[in-house]
Design a protein around this ligand. Structure first.
Ligand code: PLP
Length: 380
């Protein structure tokens, strides 16, 4: 479909159902399908790990939004990542990972994949020379990038890193969770695979856990589809339906997340109780220019350093009321958290450890004046 983003979000993969005309794709809550004869499954559906119409609708929509031929939906973001790693890599291979990544992604590399023989090197993905230097020619199969990064909001130049990865014969994988396809489309910039925790902005309502892969190349996409079935970490039909319902409003939600985050970043920047504010929309952010080049807007995530150090950061999180103290991000409600002790605790003592005075905000779509008032009282 050659349509605009919001049209695709509402219609791609979601034609009215053929039998009844149901406007919304039904939840095909079934594990198996009656076959017309031995070896003749109807419309190719035989078992829901291998294929399910509700999941197919979501997958088609995700592929359309990211601009790739194949989209696949998984039980969680980490399940998607695991499937990708075990499709594209083998024991003895090497990957370059961000030196600032979601703690669970780091744990997957450091505590799981490494035991199976996959080596990794953390590199500063905002510095293409550092990524180039971390590549092991011949053995590096993936350059893995998050942009913006979680939780330091670092920015990687996707087009430049695609060239760096491809020169070395490696794939460029971009975790697009923080931006969402509305704000950034990595495949158009040269990425080979896009990863999502659809738990976040794509689902958008903090009511479902899921993950996605979108491949730029149909051949790689089919290999991933084979492994999705062979490894089995699929998205369930009800979860796929909830995610699709969220997707329909992705564009309007993201614009409001960005409106609110811009106001809040401007308020925090220069506040006496706040140290550095990390938001790619601020002209002082080191990745601002690259972000402006590759993103439509700058997103709803803000991190900042508490002026009073780690204890102050913890107090701010505990005092916030409207900002709910919780892990995760990307829902319509605002969340606050202390990455060092919460989402990124698994990176403690590693090169990916985050500063103790860091506070992360997932700015929701509430009335912004209420959010500003809550932060003012929480800062103390
Ligand atoms: C950037 C990023 N990637 C991947 C994940 C993992 O996704 P999930 O929690 O759905 O497994 C997360 C989760 O917070 C994340 O923030």
């Amino acid at each position: 479909m050659n349509h605009g983003f919001d049209t695709l979000a509402i219609h791609a993969g979601q034609d009215p159902e053929a039998r009844t005309g149901a406007v919304i794709p039904p939840i095909y809550q079934t594990s198996t399908y009656a076959q017309d004869a031995v070896g003749a499954p109807r419309l190719g559906y035989e078992y829901s790990r291998s294929g399910n119409p509700t999941r197919d609708a979501l997958q088609e929509c995700l592929a359309a939004l990211e601009g790739g031929p194949v989209g696949l939906a998984f039980a969680s973001g980490l399940a998607a990542e695991d499937t990708l790693l075990r499709t594209a890599c083998a024991p003895g291979d090497h990957v370059v990972i961000p030196d600032d990544a979601y703690g669970g992604t780091y744990r997957l590399f450091a505590k799981v994949a490494q035991r199976w023989g996959l080596a990794y090197t953390p590199a500063k993905v905002s510095d293409p020379d550092a990524v180039r230097a971390a590549i092991r020619p011949g053995t590096t199969k993936i350059v893995w990038v998050e942009t913006p990064t979680n939780p330091l909001l670092g920015i990687a130049d996707i087009a430049t890193l695609a060239a760096v990865a491809h020169d070395a014969g490696a794939l460029l994988v971009v975790d697009n969770t923080f931006a969402s396809p509305y704000l950034q489309q990595p495949i158009a910039l040269g990425a080979d695979v896009v990863v999502h925790s659809t738990t976040k902005y794509v689902g958008g309502h903090s009511d479902v856990v899921g993950g996605a892969l979108v491949a730029a190349d149909a051949g790689l996409g089919e290999e991933l589809r084979y492994h999705q079935n062979a490894m089995g970490a699929v998205n369930g039909p009800f979860d796929a339906w909830l995610t699709l319902r969220g997707i329909k409003t992705l564009g309007v939600r993201m614009d409001r997340h960005c409106d609110n985050a811009e106001r809040i970043a401007a308020y925090l920047d220069g506040h006496a109780k706040v140290g550095q504010v990390l938001y790619p929309g601020l002209p002082t952010h080191p990745g601002h220019e690259v972000a402006a080049k590759q993103m439509r807007r700058f997103g709803g995530m803000i991190s900042f350093r508490a002026a009073g150090g780690e204890e102050h950061a913890v107090e701010i999180c505990n005092r916030a009321k409207l900002f709910v103290l919780a892990e995760s991000l990307g829902g319509v409600e605002s969340l606050i958290e202390h990455p060092g002790r919460m989402t990124h605790a698994s990176a403690a003592g590693s090169p990916l450890e985050v500063p103790g005075d860091l506070v992360r905000l997932s700015v929701g779509i509430e009335t912004v004046e209420d959010l500003l008032a809550d932060l003012e009282q929480a800062l103390g």
